[in-house]
Design a binder for this molecule. Structure first.
Ligand code: DGL
Length: 268
């Protein structure tokens, strides 16, 4: 198999990384994709760095059995804590979600005041703050852990007319708005589903989805390396470490009706 035909491996702590996989499928429809969701260990965002690193190493060890031409860490928490370790251990080009979203935020803010919504582990790592500063040393970054949002989305509660969703979001957004931010990064896989609800609460703010930014960076990089798959049609395979039925039922939230994501169970 030539490298162009190789898989893009995508992993997350569970189902949320499908927002990233979905963005990749939209911008690179011919690519072969292999997705692994570590549903047995979800959530990562509340765990220690050591534990998250261990899980991420196991995830990539599983994916590296396939012929991969690229690996995407579709989990902000794993990216913030484990990307360096994965790069040391695996000889595969590794793409994250934090770098592309930080770059976009750093470029598009007008007042250099950027809010980041993420899990507790991502906020603790300060990965967004460091990366945004690397691109824009004038920027002030205000990061906020939003632990109620992943469980809400996992339970199908993300719509803009849902009073529970808007109440929780408003409370979080108020904590960023006091800092006069003009840009907010959705620094967690689940938050792109809340895009409509967030945009309707703060219509004048620049909202950046890490999923779309990551897909665009991957697309440009594959073009630059002449690694785009040229043959039509694509293979998509899904694996989880627990409860494939739950994955299948809920994948529709993240990928839409048109994609059927039947997952196989693997132990990692
Ligand atoms: N995938 C995680 C992230 O993007 C959210 C879910 C979790 O905590 O595992 O940070």
């Amino acid at each position: 198999m030539s490298n162009k035909e190789g898989y893009i491996g995508v992993f997350d702590s569970g189902i949320g990384g499908l927002t990233v996989a979905g963005s990749i499928m939209k911008s690179l429809p011919n690519e072969n994709i292999i997705y692994f969701g570590d549903t047995a260990h979800l959530p990562y965002g509340t765990k220690s760095e050591k534990q998250i690193r261990e899980y991420a190493l196991n995830d990539v060890t599983f994916l590296s059995k396939f012929d991969l031409k690229a690996l995407v860490i579709a989990c902000n928490t794993a990216d913030s804590v484990a990307k360096g370790t994965l790069e040391e251990q695996f000889d595969i080009p590794i793409y994250g979600v934090i770098e592309p979203a930080s770059h976009m935020a750093a470029r598009t803010t007008k007042n250099n005041r950027i809010g980041v919504m993420a899990t507790a582990a991502t906020v603790r790592s300060q990965a967004y703050t460091r990366t945004i500063h690397w691109y824009n040393d004038q920027a002030e970054v205000f990061s906020l852990a939003c632990p109620l949002l992943v469980p809400l989305v996992e339970n199908g509660r993300y719509r803009k007319d849902d009073i529970v969703v808007t109440t929780v979001l408003q409370e979080y957004l108020d904590q960023l708005l006091v800092h006069d931010v003009d840009t907010i990064v959705l620094g967690c896989t689940h938050y792109p589903l809340l895009m409509d609800a967030i945009s309707s609460l703060v219509p004048d703010l620049n909202i950046i989805s890490s999923s779309e930014a990551a897909a665009e960076t991957l697309r440009r990089s594959l073009i630059e390396q002449d690694l785009l798959k040229e043959t039509p049609g694509s293979t998509r395979r899904y694996y989880v470490s627990d409860d494939p039925d739950h994955f299948h039922e809920n994948a529709v939230l993240f990928l839409g009706d048109e994609i059927q994501a039947e997952a196989e169970l693997v132990r990692v």
